[in-house]
Write a protein that binds this ligand. Structure first.
Ligand SMILES: [Zn+2]
Ligand SMILES: [Zn+2]
Length: 741
């Protein structure tokens, strides 16, 4: 993505204020989609002190809103008598720095939204909800006190913020030795001055995190006020990782930010980051928009991960905004992954990003052997082929651990009637309701009797959340013998218990993790060796370093193989590579290799598929990301897809599909005038989305493609202005660089 540099609106506003300080109007950004700013009068008591990037409370309709001052002093666009006054300013709130506002304005321009729609939703709810003004005491001071207290606990004797800030107190940890590649990568990072994007391509277990943490430690030690930001995917930010990072930086004031936190904790971290007290922020995508006035280094770990894409409000990519932030601030950013996004890989090939590589596992362990096993014939209980079952048996005999991966939660993806073909369709969505087991799993309870009609099972839609009891008989023909089709994590877990009686089995998926602390307990028991077989989804694939785990079984690799989205193979490869990477990570035991020959791999991965001849598997088997990525890039170039083309997607949602398609057809009719006949802009026909109905609303989309960002963005601006004139009940939204099509 390109970054438009130059003075931000905020800077212009600041200068404007000096020139015409007497003119008492402010432009205030609100989280309201109708305008980039709203004019307000500056009350007498704030004249001379109110400035850009101040947080204010303003009247809006009959209520009040929290807003961000963009500038003070410009002439208002409304007549004087229509302008209302700012109610008050949050004087104790941290005022973000100008580079932060420049990032917000960049994001607003790039995604064709307004600054308030970017900036306000990024605030913790506690700070952006109007009652903040009425709360007793100051919420910002409370947040500060909370952060100080939490960090004082972590670093005994460093209770005061002054001590927390002391750079001299930050030791550079001397821990395990880096291997030559890690050292080379670290040296390259340390030699960087100013803006640069490094793409750190490191295989699973190659010690990327160690490189990040050493780099951050050196940066924080070099400048006693410097701050660093580390972005991680949603499900990789476990309490273990947060603790591990906090322990590495005692006294640094580590703020952890993710959506699962309580509001008070999130506010504490946000205020500490914006004050400059938190020297290191580790967080999920939302953390990219946290103001950090002394930000000196950014890490985006697992940069290919889809969870860096915001899916509500402004659909931004936190990875792309991290690069923009680094460019605006003139600082380095590291994007790390075992399977970089093709966009990043392509940028490294073109020399826009600097490529760093970690081709070996840090512990000296060898990558696991990978077997592609056809599941076309019979598979036994738990969906296991004979090969997979034997591999687990060997693991159990040796007292090691196995991971069984299935990226589908619930008991079975659909309930069916064998007599008439009825399926458990969701009434609100074009999807099936998933059979879920609602009771606690009892080992040996048996897999055959699914308790149909029993209260322990229910049907649940994964798209609208709608749930219903399991019907006692087929709603169409009355047959009582309804059958679950396929298997999810719960069924696999139950059936494993019958195949391997006595084995200790645990499960980790979103259903388990929805209970507070449950995910952490499962992970801890796997680490402690209290579990023999762990069954789970993506949640198990990322980042975990299970020392006793030697076998990984991928029950069904086919779901992503022939999906309509052009990014499906890229995602499938990344997921399989990542989950495979959990196997055999421990350092080779001393004495296992008396002859001095090649160290044998301890890890074994078995991927079950009905399409073993698919080329994706050959690349996976060879651990050949480079070859796979280059082949995919060649395909994308041929097909005219990203990163060789830039996309915008107009989505529409309406009561009926006809209404949605009609709106998109009207939108397409406006595109010619907006592009002024430019051959650089190609507008496709409207089509229903693959998931055509969700929550009773029909959904359709219209794709726009261009070889040039320089052509695409002005077109979108002109087009959006015309779309605003179409009178419709259809809800629509335009997305730049969509990741799902
Ligand atoms: Zn039936
Ligand atoms: Zn539904």
């Amino acid at each position: 993505m390109s970054v438009i540099s130059g003075a931000s609106e905020g800077d212009r506003g600041a200068r404007g204020m000096e020139r015409v300080a007497a003119r008492p109007y402010a432009r205030v950004a609100l989280d309201i989609p109708i305008a980039p700013w709203f004019d307000y009068r500056v009350p007498d008591e704030l004249i001379g002190t109110l400035g850009p990037r101040d947080w204010v409370l303003v009247p809006w309709g009959r209520g009040r809103r929290v807003g961000l001052v963009l500038s003070v002093g410009a002439a208002p666009e409304l007549p004087e008598e229509k302008i209302r006054a700012i109610e008050r300013r949050f004087a104790t709130a941290p005022r973000p720095d100008a580079a932060w506002l420049a990032l917000v304005e960049f994001a607003a321009r790039y995604y064709h939204r307004h600054p308030g729609e970017v900036a306000l939703p990024a605030l913790p709810r506690l700070l952006r909800t109007p009652p903040v003004a009425r709360a007793r005491g100051c919420p910002f001071e409370r947040a500060r006190a909370r952060f100080r207290a939490a960090n004082a606990g972590r670093a005994p004797g460093a209770a005061e913020p002054a001590e927390l800030l002391s750079g001299a107190a930050l030791p550079i940890p001397a821990e395990m030795e880096l291997n030559a590649d890690q050292q080379r990568a670290l040296d390259a990072l340390l030699a960087t001055e100013g803006f640069a994007v490094h793409l750190l391509h490191g295989i699973t277990g190659s010690g990327k995190t160690e490189v990040y943490l050493r780099w951050i430690a050196r940066i924080l030690a070099r400048d006693e006020h410097a701050q660093a930001l580390m972005l991680v995917p949603e499900i990789a930010l476990t309490p273990q990782l947060a603790r591990q990072v906090a322990q590495r930086f005692p006294g640094a004031g580590v703020a952890v930010l993710h959506s699962g936190l309580g509001e008070a904790e999130r506010s504490a971290g946000w205020v500490a980051a914006a004050d400059g007290c938190a020297r290191l922020v580790i967080g999920t995508r939302l953390a990219v928009l946290v103001p950090m006035p002394r930000l000196a280094a950014i890490v985006v770990d697992e940069e290919h991960d889809p969870s860096f894409r915001q899916q509500e409000g402004v659909h931004y990519s936190a990875r792309d905004l991290a690069v923009a932030a680094a460019s605006i601030r003139g600082i380095p950013v590291v994007l790390g992954s075992a399977t970089p996004a093709l966009e990043s890989w392509h940028s490294a090939q073109r020399g826009r990003y600097r490529a760093l590589s970690l081709p070996l596992r840090a512990t000296g362990a060898v990558l696991p052997t990978l077997r592609i096993v056809s599941s076309r014939g019979e598979t036994g209980p738990a969906g296991l082929t004979e090969v997979a079952r034997e591999a687990i048996e060997r693991v159990l005999q040796r007292g090691e651990q196995a991971l069984v991966f299935i990226n589908r939660r619930g008991f079975a993806p659909v309930l069916s009637c064998p007599s008439c073909g009825w399926l458990s369709q969701c009434g609100e969505c074009s999807a099936y309701r998933v059979l879920h087991y609602a009771g606690a799993h009892r080992p040996g309870a048996g897999a055959a009797g699914t308790g149909r009609g029993g209260s322990r099972y229910r049907l649940q839609c994964h798209h609208c959340g709608g749930a219903s009891p399991v019907p006692r008989a087929c709603p169409e023909c009355g047959d009582v013998d309804l059958q679950p089709l396929g298997a999810g994590t719960q069924r696999i877990e139950q059936e494993l218990a019958t195949v391997f009686p006595g084995a200790r089995i645990a499960r980790l998926d979103r259903d388990v993790a929805s209970r507070r602390g449950a995910a952490e307990r499962v992970l801890a028991s796997v680490h402690a060796g209290e579990v023999d077989i762990v069954v789970g989804t993506q949640m198990l694939a990322k980042g975990h370093d299970f020392q006793r785990l030697v076998v990984v079984i991928v029950v069904d690799a086919d779901a992503g193989l022939y999906a309509p989205d052009f990014r499906a193979p890229e995602r499938l490869f990344a997921t399989l590579m990542q989950v495979s990477g959990r196997a055999g990570r421990a350092a080779p035991e001393a004495g296992t290799d008396p002859d001095g020959g090649a160290t044998p791999a301890r890890g074994e991965v078995i991927v079950q598929t009905r399409f073993p001849e698919h080329p994706l598997f050959a690349a996976l088997q060879a651990h050949d990301f480079t070859g796979f990525a280059d082949a995919l890039l060649a395909e994308r170039r041929e097909a005219g897809l990203p990163p060789f083309r830039h996309l915008a997607l107009l989505r529409a949602e309406a009561a009926s599909i006809e209404e949605a398609l009609d709106f998109l057809a009207a939108a397409k009719a406006q595109s010619g005038a907006a592009s002024r006949g430019s051959e650089q802009i190609r507008v496709f026909d409207p089509v229903p989305m693959p998931l055509a109905r969700v929550k009773g609303r029909a959904r359709a989309q219209l794709l726009v493609e261009s070889p040039s960002r320089g052509a695409l963005h002005p077109f979108v601006d002109a087009w959006l202005a015309r779309l605003g004139g179409i009178v419709t009940r259809v809800r629509w939204q335009l997305e730049i660089d969509p990741i799902e099509i």
